[in-house]
Design a protein around this ligand. Structure first.
Ligand SMILES: Nc1ncnc2c1ncn2[C@@H]1O[C@H](COP(=O)(O)OP(=O)(O)OP(=O)(O)O)[C@@H](O)[C@H]1O
Ligand SMILES: [Mg+2]
Length: 404
């Protein structure tokens, strides 16, 4: 058998480490061939604080994925927590190099490099340089300049940096188990890659990823990332509330949450109990959960309002992450943010797609999709188009409705 063309996503989350292995097919689709999950260790709020424990968790997840796929892993695309990410904005300008003035991929890379020339403090490392818009000879709003004609190419970018120490620790933990990290992707960007459609990103959409220790949000408009933020509250806070109020051990509270939990108490039968012998009302359990989920959604709303995003989201909200598995989570988002919401389950892959078809694996699969999209198959073709007239019209109608 020839060499297999594989991409590995390694999501180092606050509650679990997840490795997903995908194989590139000749028709440029992606087949899921392996997946492995291990409980996280050595992390606090998504950042590695104990490298030995983190390495052991990575090793365990990778070994499980290797067993399932029959591939030996050597390198991976890893996730970086958004908790220490900082976004700055920059600009770059270059002269188009070809005599016939056709803009090539090399010009795009040069202009993106030019925008990177900003003062980055030594304790920070660049994770992403994302183009917000290209400008050709003063003409704004261009998303794919390759193949167009011009003399001067400019770009406005969003530069996302992370704590150099935290990033270095991700690389070191992976290196301990023989894995080289060849690309890093911010967690909310990876999750968005797995669960959002291109038309949602064009129209304007807010992704909410409720994980263990944090809730990440990412807003897209016109096909580009507008904003990301991390709210330091997640599924583990819900479990702790249940444990505290019902005076239960945390492990048992987690079990009840997963088995009987819902984010809206009105979705469960008021007379039902959580099992036969503990005397705990399911309605009471869900009231505790509801209070925390609604608080998380209020915090998301406050962030969206502070950025003026609410009126720019005709495609609504997509809720993902492990905690979104709870019934009623998307409805809670809808209640608080007053926008249509849906559950975000990773899509767009074949093979054993069912093993990753859970909101908890959105980030891991998104890492693979992001790396695959940025390394060829997708970017080699005509690539992204500009926002269609249709998308612009829908956005305009939405703004009118929203502001009336
Ligand atoms: N079926 C379920 N019902 C309710 N909650 C669930 C369910 N499955 C998982 N969770 C919760 O989801 C949370 C973990 O989510 P996820 O796996 O997305 O976290 P993570 O990616 O490791 O963390 P983070 O993104 O914060 O770094 C935990 O709090 C867990 O209790
Ligand atoms: Mg996560």
């Amino acid at each position: 058998m020839g060499k297999r063309d594989i991409v590995v996503g390694l999501d180092i989350g606050s509650s679990k480490v997840c490795a997903v292995i995908c194989e590139k097919r000749d028709d440029s689709s992606l087949d899921v061939v392996g997946m492995g999950v291990s409980p996280s260790a050595g992390l606090r709020r998504g950042v590695i604080v104990d490298i030995d424990s983190a390495a052991a968790a990575i090793s365990d997840a990778a070994a499980r994925a290797e067993n399932m796929s029959g591939c030996a892993l050597v390198s991976a695309v890893a996730s970086v927590s958004g908790a220490h990410a900082v976004t700055t904005y920059s600009k770059g300008m270059v002269a188009v190099s070809r005599p016939d003035r056709e803009i090539g991929q090399d010009d795009v890379e040069r202009v993106l490099d030019a925008s990177r020339v900003v003062a980055i403090p030594p304790d920070r490392e660049v994770i992403h340089v994302l183009p917000r818009e290209f400008v050709i000879d003063g003409c704004r709003g261009i998303r794919r300049p390759v193949g167009m004609s011009g003399i001067r190419l400019e770009v406005e970018t969003c530069i996302i940096t992370g704590s150099a120490t935290s990033i270095q620790n991700v690389r070191r933990a992976a290196a301990r188990v023989g894995l080289e990290i060849d690309q890093l992707v911010l967690q909310p960007i990876a999750a968005a890659e797995a669960v959002l459609t291109e038309s949602e990103k064009d129209l304007g959409v807010l992704m909410i990823d409720i994980g263990g220790a944090t809730t990440d949000i990412a807003c897209y408009l016109d096909g580009t990332l507008q904003h990301t933020a991390v709210i330091p509250v997640g599924g583990s806070h819900i479990t702790n509330d249940v444990a505290l109020v019902l005076r239960l051990p945390v492990g048992y509270a987690e079990e009840l949450k997963i088995k009987y939990g819902a984010a809206r108490a009105d979705m469960v039968n008021p007379d039902e109990m959580c099992g036969k012998d503990n005397g705990i009302s399911r309605h009471k359990l869900c009231q505790i959960i509801e209070a925390r989920v609604y608080e998380i959604m209020e915090m998301v709303k406050a962030e969206a309002d502070a950025r003026g995003l609410a009126g720019q989201l005709p495609a609504g909200i997509v809720v993902t992450g492990g905690a979104a598995l709870m019934r009623g989570t998307a409805e809670a988002a809808q209640d608080v943010l007053k926008l249509p919401s849906r559950l975000g389950v990773p899509t767009g892959v074949s093979g054993m797609a069912d093993v990753v078809a859970s909101p908890a694996y959105a980030t891991a699969l998104g890492l693979v999709k992001y790396a695959w999209g940025s390394s060829g198959a997708a970017s080699g073709s005509a690539g992204r188009r500009r926002s269609s007239g249709f998308a612009a019209n829908v956005r305009e109608w939405f703004r009118e409705i929203f502001s009336s």
